[in-house]
Ligand binder design. Structure first.
Ligand SMILES: N#[N+]C[C@@H]1[C@@H](O)[C@H](O)[C@@H](O)[C@@H]2O[C@H]12
Length: 448
């Protein structure tokens, strides 16, 4: 019998979602278009013609969903604000109805003893700003800082956990280099510019927060640890390139004041010489780092793969994600321990971790059984605890996701929720994984 595991006494157990994936009604009450309302309206961009027009109808069911979180005993809820609900044109006049929606949500969370954790940007850029160059326009750092200021002024104090960006790597790689995500560009020269401006915008928002904020602000990055497929020099080099491109491209500038050298190697002439002062802006001190972990990647050299010349070697037990994400809990431990080794003892929150498996239909007992997700959750939580035992200052864990939702260009078919959503009836049904998670929260991990 393994000894029961205990997490730190004030460990923050919660769940995570994002605006466009769950809210629906993206244009309600004066909101403006975003690059995702546009992308979803473009035939062929989202599987099965799915859109965020309704999604989980959270815009109308927010009170019910907070009650659901309360029933699971959650201590925190990580959500994002849709920039174009607050500033329909991305800059300029504030849409008070947009403020009102998030104010109701925040106050309801607080009334139910749930810590609101607010993400300023989770991919849904106002379309009006995309028309002005979006993340390719250096002015976006100021636009983002002005948007952040509005929310800081309205909500700081009720919101004590702020995140500037969610997964800048996905925004860049998906939206500007390879193109499966909004705004759907495929351009070697644009990707580094968008990525750099995301980091500048992050720094500009943190700078504003230091002027007027009184609580905590950080950045959320997705980390996918890279392991060489062999000890061949070219596989080792490929692994180094993949790590630099996906993981260190954001953490090195924020914490070390420069990009990894491999990026110039990868992008060649498409990699600009960045102004030194940009790194002073990007390197604003953070109160915590948020890490999203899903899987690892085993890398080999592949000359034909553009532009990294890296291929991922498919592994055995995988989730039902499009690219077959391997279930590899050790990667979560390794990621957290490596962050501490490379960047120091900053408080860490796992801001997303979860899995997608085909959930069998409601069993005759009316319960939604999801044994694969239950198994994956248990293994990941043990891996989390292993990191704490190795000295990582881990403060909290947000399971992705509270609800089945719109998995971006993969549509509604990829279900990550611990709560099942019937998208015809909007009925929410806690899965076995939700019941397990409720026990984990109640026992602070001792039930594992
Ligand atoms: N894919 N996948 C699931 C999940 C996605 O739904 C989130 O919006 C992203 O922050 C991150 O990619 C992770």
């Amino acid at each position: 019998m393994s000894k029961p595991i205990h997490f730190p006494p004030d460990f923050l157990w919660g769940s995570a979602t994002s605006a466009y994936q769950i809210e629906g009604a993206p244009l309600a009450d004066g909101a403006g278009h975003s690059i995702w309302t546009r992308f979803a309206a473009t035939p062929g961009k989202i599987a099965n013609g799915d859109t965020g027009d309704i999604a989980c109808d959270h815009y109308h069911r927010w009170r019910e969903d907070v009650a659901l979180m309360r029933s699971l005993g959650l201590k925190a809820y990580r959500f994002s604000v849709s920039w174009s609900r607050i500033l329909p044109q991305g800059t300029g006049a504030v849409n008070e109805a947009g403020i009102a929606f998030y104010e109701k949500l925040i106050d309801e969370l607080l009334a139910n003893g749930i810590e609101p954790m607010l993400t300023l940007y989770h991919w849904d850029l106002p379309a009006a700003l995309d028309d002005r160059g979006g993340w390719l326009n250096p002015a976006i750092a100021d636009w983002f800082a002005d948007y952040a200021r509005v929310l800081f002024e309205r909500f700081d104090g009720r919101v004590c956990f702020w995140t500037t960006l969610n997964e800048p790597w996905v925004v860049t790689d998906g939206g500007y280099l390879h193109g499966p995500l909004a705004p759907g560009h495929r351009n070697l020269y644009e990707a580094p510019i968008a990525s750099h401006n995301l980091l500048r915008a992050h720094g500009a928002a943190v700078k504003v927060y230091r002027e007027i904020g009184k609580h905590r602000i950080g950045l959320v990055v997705n980390i996918e640890p890279k392991y060489p497929a062999s000890d061949e020099p070219q596989d080792i080099a490929a692994t180094r390139r993949a790590d630099a491109y996906m993981n260190r491209q954001y953490l090195d500038p924020v914490f070390h004041g420069h990009y990894p050298a491999e990026l110039k190697e990868i992008f060649g002439a498409a990699w600009p010489d960045w102004p030194r002062e940009d790194f002073d802006l990007i390197g604003q001190k953070l109160d915590y780092i948020g890490i999203n972990y899903y899987t690892r990647s085993v890398c080999r050299h592949e000359e034909t793969n553009w532009p990294l010349k890296v291929a991922a070697v498919r592994q055995t037990q995988s989730t039902h994600m499009e690219t077959g994400w391997e279930v590899f809990p050790q990667g979560l431990t390794d990621t957290l321990v490596e962050f501490r080794r490379r960047y120091g003892d900053l408080p860490v929150y796992v801001m997303e971790n979860g899995s997608t498996f085909y959930d069998p239909p409601n069993a005759e007992d009316g319960q939604m059984h999801d044994p694969l997700r239950v198994d994956c959750l248990k293994k990941n939580l043990h891996a989390l605890h292993a990191a704490i035992e190795q000295g990582v200052d881990l403060r909290g864990y947000m399971v992705w996701s509270l609800l089945d939702n719109l998995e971006w260009s993969l549509g509604f078919a990829k279900r990550f929720g611990i709560v099942h959503v019937n998208f015809e009836t909007q009925q929410r049904t806690p899965k076995d994984s939700a019941l397990l998670y409720a026990q984990v929260v109640a026992s602070n991990g001792a039930c594992l």
